[in-house]
Ligand binder design. Structure first.
Ligand code: SAH
Length: 398
């Protein structure tokens, strides 16, 4: 239930720990807190004050390292009207960008958590079905109202809302979410992205079903794949492969997941029928790379997040370096590598340094053609550098 109370539990910050809130960063870490006046339940609305008693922000409380996720820096009552306004603003922004009226693309991110000033709330749109993924108990507790508000706003554009928060709510939480439809129902179906067809299963698929954030980067892959032999590593359901197939000489999709590759094959068939230029390989990406010297002249390397927490950052950077060494070593002269990191804790600079170290290790001449990021439906909150999580480099290897 959305609470419409006037009085909320107060959290007071230690002296000097108000700086990041004053710069509109939307998280309060546990170490910044001096005192909590009361015992808030997980997901309750709380108010944050500085050491001198000045109001700073209102947000969702959650025990753990990020103790408050800020909903507003004004003294608002986060009631149903408040959430309606915030969600309307996210939808309006997408409408202005042309989503919901583009007949060639009916899959996009509708709400991007901190990027849309709604920390803890992800909503992806799949041709009439909205898949919700909550990352905070506060948002999870009001999921039914959020689904209702989205239904009101999208009206005829919406058929069903599916909640997929089972694995995304903090493990410290007392809440045990179960995935399922909140309203309506729909069979997993085919979506359109830039005119290409993709089979998306939001129930069994990874994340909300599809890696929507690579949409623009896939177009660039299509552009550079012309007459090349393409390797799509960590290919999942073959989304990059479908774009590459437009003009490539051959495309190989490699993933460790057999079920994902079945869908990849299906996606190639949906767009090209039986086409012998495409092959799928169920294999470990590192091992596959080691055995493919001079076989490819375009590679896509889009691994899962190697680091989910800061304490494993060094290992993750080593992982990116190792992977990119293998790719740069093995690609044909004149080859192009699309290399990505989607780890939130790996900064653009750190990722670039690992790729730089990898290039230096091989001794080959490497140029950066493009520096890639996430598309406009995954906006970056300027006050929250962590929301810029997707980083990519396009390399030319002599
Ligand atoms: N590029 C994809 C998304 C990749 S998600 C897209 O745009 O749709 C990461 C993928 O890496 C998952 O499908 C996972 O099964 C696969 N994966 C994880 N570890 C792997 C490994 N060691 N070797 C090969 N694939 C791996």
């Amino acid at each position: 239930m959305i609470e419409g109370k006037q009085e909320y539990i107060r959290i007071v910050l230690k002296s000097g720990k108000d700086q990041s809130v004053r710069r509109y960063h939307p998280w309060i870490f546990s170490g910044a807190i001096k005192k909590i006046y009361g015992t808030p339940a997980e997901g309750d609305i709380v108010e944050v004050y500085d050491n001198k008693g000045e109001f700073l922000a209102t947000g969702h409380y959650q025990p753990g390292s990020i103790t408050v996720r800020i909903l507003s820096f004004e003294k608002v009552i986060p009631d149903r009207d408040f959430f309606r306004k915030m969600i309307s603003s996210a939808v309006e922004y997408r409408k202005q960008l042309g989503f919901l009226s583009d007949p060639s693309t009916n899959v996009f991110r509708l709400i991007h958590a901190e990027g849309d000033n709604l920390p803890g709330l992800i909503a992806d749109y799949y041709n009439g079905v909205v898949v919700l993924q909550m990352h905070s108990t506060g948002m999870y507790r009001i999921r039914n109202e959020i689904a209702e508000i989205i239904s009101e706003i999208l009206s005829e554009h919406l058929q069903a809302v599916y909640d997929k928060s089972e694995t995304t709510i903090s493990f410290k939480s007392d809440i045990r979410p179960e995935n399922g439809f909140i309203s309506g129902s729909a069979e997993p179906s085919i979506v359109l992205e830039n005119g290409y067809k993709f089979y998306v299963d939001w129930i069994t698929g990874q994340k909300t079903g599809f890696f929507i954030d690579q949409r623009e980067n896939r177009k660039l892959v299509q552009h550079y794949s012309c007459n090349r032999d393409v390797l799509n590593l960590f290919g999942y359901t073959g989304s990059f492969s479908v774009y590459a197939m437009k003009n490539a000489r051959s495309v190989d999709t490699v993933d460790s997941s057999g079920p994902a590759l079945k869908i990849a094959d299906e996606n190639i068939r949906l767009n090209y029928g039986e086409d012998s230029r495409h092959h799928s390989y169920e294999a470990d990406a590192f091992e596959f790379l080691a055995g493919c010297r001079n076989r490819y002249d375009l590679m896509i390397i889009d691994p899962p997040a190697f680091a989910k927490h800061n304490d494993v950052l060094a290992n993750a950077l080593q992982g990116y370096k190792r992977l990119n060494i293998k790719a740069i070593e093995n690609i044909r002269p004149g080859g192009i590598i699309f290399t990505f990191s989607c780890s939130q804790v790996v900064s653009k600079e750190n990722f670039r340094k690992s790729v730089f170290a990898a290039a230096a290790n091989t001794g080959r001449k490497v140029r950066i053609l493009h520096q890639l990021g996430q598309p406009a439906d995954h906006p970056v909150n300027i006050y929250h550098p962590e929301s810029e999580y997707l980083k990519g480099l396009v390399l030319y290897v002599e």
